[in-house]
Structure formats: structure tokens, C-alpha cells
Design a protein around this ligand. Structure first.
Ligand SMILES: Nc1ncnc2c1ncn2[C@@H]1O[C@H](COP(=O)(O)OP(=O)(O)OP(=O)(O)O)[C@@H](O)[C@H]1O
Ligand SMILES: [Mg+2]
Length: 317
């Protein structure tokens, strides 16, 4: 009687042989109303027929097994209302006739919490992808077009820049489709991680005029192929920050082994951050930190005014 679950014991022919107090409370039936009734009394009407068939199957090969942990199992109360339930079934083998003990727990809150969590996780993921992928990419296209305005006397340059902007927009559309389907950023679709990082940096240099050196150990990159998505997004955001905030002349992307650890760094020789600016309303730094943590890495930002800045992700090898 002191168990935290509602308990019913089901005997021959699926008839209820015992119900504890909590089971009475969960179902709204008194013990007298339950005893001797088919267990299907507690099963929602639509599922009763199937339940009988399942029960007969269970009687043929009784094995303790949890039920309802992944299935959408529900019970019906006396007043006709239905509630989701987690149910664990186990046979009582000591008895001459097969008795089955069912432990029943109201799963309303657990399932609601689960659903809410899934929605929140999804929302967080989409916010990140849009911020690091789409917003930064659109920002880059905007910069290209702005630079074009200044050159509008030179038709050749204007034509090339416009063609680039159109290409970039096509890529952003492809990325958006990928995010929507929960896939990895399009840059990775047909490339290895080291190739994708090189490509990102080359695009960055072409677009911003900031000279960008790349130093990637392909073996280190290959070790983190499974984390390609987050790593690419970290680099994207770090480069976007260099383009937007640093006024740097050069920058360097490296992904190497150092002291037995893998180290991803994005370095620039720009004006650096002061404490106040780093705490600004932006989301980029926080996203990078969270992405690094999610793949087991440590994120750090080193910078001093006038001394450039270094974004670093350290990963265990
Ligand atoms: N490489 C850099 N050089 C100089 N300042 C930087 C650099 N990276 C970041 N900052 C400063 O740190 C601030 C916070 O960066 P963060 O990426 O979090 O936000 P943001 O880039 O302003 O906005 P968001 O990334 O959300 O579009 C920036 O606003 C900028 O002032
Ligand atoms: Mg940013």
C-alpha cells in the first residue's frame, strides 16, 4: 500500500485481483468496483480490443518488461477522462496461475515536460543557426554591396561584385533549407572539415580584404569530423566578428595539436576588445562558448585594446 505507484494485479482471464489505494485514486474506481472486472475497464475504449489481444500474447510468454516508456499509453478513469501513463508489467511466477503485476504512474507531467524540453531545444538550435549562419552571411553580402556602391564608376568591378552577391544569396538560401531540415550547414555538404574551413577563410579574405592565413593539420581536423557543424559555425562567427569589429589587417586560422590537445584558433591583429564591448548585447560570443562546450571543448577569448584578439577552442584529443 505504501508504494509510490498505482498497483493492479491481474489474474486469469484478465480480471483484476487486487488494486492498491493509489490505483483507486488514479482511476476513480473503488476497490470493490475494480475487483473481478476485466482490466480493459481501465483501457481507453478505442484501445480495448487491441489490449485484449496483447494481453493474451503476454500470457503466452510472460517476461518482466517496462511498458509505456516510449509508447503512448493512456488509461481511462471512471469519469471517462483519459490520462497518459507509464506502466511496468511483471509476472508473479510463484503463483500456480499466472498473475501479472502492473505498476502504473501518471505520466502527464513527465510527458508535458519532455515535450516542452524538445520545443525549447529546437528553438535554441534554430536561433543559433540563424544567428551564426544566416545573419552573418547576409551581413557579408551587405558589406559586398556597400563596397560596390563606392566603386560604381567601374563597371567591371560592379558586375563582378553583383555576381558574387547573387552567389552568396543562393548559398544562404541553401543553408536556410538545410537548417530547416536540421541538417548541417551547406558548406559541409560535400566537403571535409579542413576543406570547409579553408573555403570559409578564402571567402572571408576575398570579401573583406583582410589577409587571412590558414594552418590546419588535416589529421587533427579529421579527428573532429563528427563536430564539423559546430566547429564551422564557431569559425564563421569568429571571422564575422573580425570583419565587423576588429579593423584588422591580417588574421590567421589554425587548427593544430598542441600539448596533446587540439587547438582551434582565430587570431587577428586589430584593435582588440575592451571589457565593456565584450559584454555588449551581441550573441556571438555566447553562441561560440556554448557550441564549444557542447562538443566537449573549452572556449576562450584573449584580447587587449590595440593588441588584436584570439578566439580559441581547446579540445581533448
Ligand atoms: N575580433 C574582434 N575585434 C574587436 N572587437 C571584437 C572582436 N570580436 C568581438 N568584438 C567585440 O565584442 C562584442 C561582442 O561580440 P559578439 O559576437 O558577442 O556580438 P556582436 O558581433 O556585436 O553581435 P552578434 O554576434 O550577435 O551579431 C562585439 O560587439 C565587439 O565589440
Ligand atoms: Mg558577433
Amino acid at each position: 500500500e505504501a508504494l509510490p505507484d498505482g498497483i493492479v494485479i491481474v489474474g486469469r482471464g484478465g480480471r483484476i485481483a487486487y488494486a492498491n489505494q493509489l490505483m483507486q485514486r488514479l482511476s476513480g474506481y473503488s476497490r470493490r468496483e475494480l475487483l473481478g472486472k476485466p482490466i480493459e475497464l481501465l483501457v481507453p475504449e478505442a484501445a480495448r480490443f487491441d489490449h485484449e489481444r496483447h494481453r493474451e500474447g503476454y500470457a503466452g510468454s510472460p517476461r518482466a518488461r517496462p511498458m509505456g516508456m516510449s509508447l503512448d499509453i493512456a488509461l481511462q478513469r471512471k469519469d471517462g477522462t483519459v490520462f497518459p501513463a507509464d506502466i511496468a508489467l511483471s509476472p508473479l511466477t510463484t503463483e500456480p496461475e499466472l498473475l501479472v503485476v502492473a505498476a502504473v504512474r501518471d505520466a502527464t507531467e513527465r510527458r508535458q515536460a519532455q515535450r516542452l524540453l524538445a520545443v525549447l531545444e529546437d528553438r535554441e538550435r534554430i536561433a543559433k543557426e540563424l544567428h551564426d549562419g544566416v545573419i552573418q552571411a547576409l551581413f557579408a553580402v551587405g558589406m559586398t554591396l556597400q563596397a560596390t556602391e563606392a566603386k560604381s564608376g567601374d563597371r567591371e568591378v560592379v558586375r563582378n561584385r553583383l555576381a558574387e552577391a547573387v552567389d552568396s544569396i543562393d548559398e544562404i538560401i541553401r543553408d536556410l533549407r538545410n537548417y530547416i531540415f536540421g541538417l548541417r550547414p551547406g558548406l559541409l555538404a560535400d566537403r571535409r572539415l579542413d576543406e570547409a574551413l579553408r573555403e570559409l577563410t578564402a571567402e572571408f579574405q576575398e570579401r573583406t580584404g583582410i589577409v587571412a592565413a590558414v594552418d590546419i593539420d588535416p589529421r587533427v581536423a579529421a579527428r573532429f569530423a563528427n563536430s564539423s557543424g559546430p566547429l564551422v559555425q564557431i569559425v564563421r562567427e569568429a571571422l564575422s566578428n573580425v570583419a565587423r569589429h576588429s579593423q584588422a589587417g591580417t588574421c590567421r586560422l589554425s587548427f593544430l595539436e598542441r600539448d596533446g590537445q587540439a587547438m582551434l584558433e582565430i587570431d587577428d591583429d586589430g584593435r582588440g576588445l575592451d571589457g565593456r564591448r565584450a559584454g555588449s548585447a551581441g550573441q556571438g560570443l555566447r553562441n561560440m562558448q556554448e557550441r564549444a562546450a557542447a562538443i566537449g571543448g573549452r572556449f576562450s577569448l584573449e584580447s587587449a585594446p590595440g593588441q588584436g584578439s584570439t578566439v580559441r577552442v581547446t579540445l581533448p584529443l
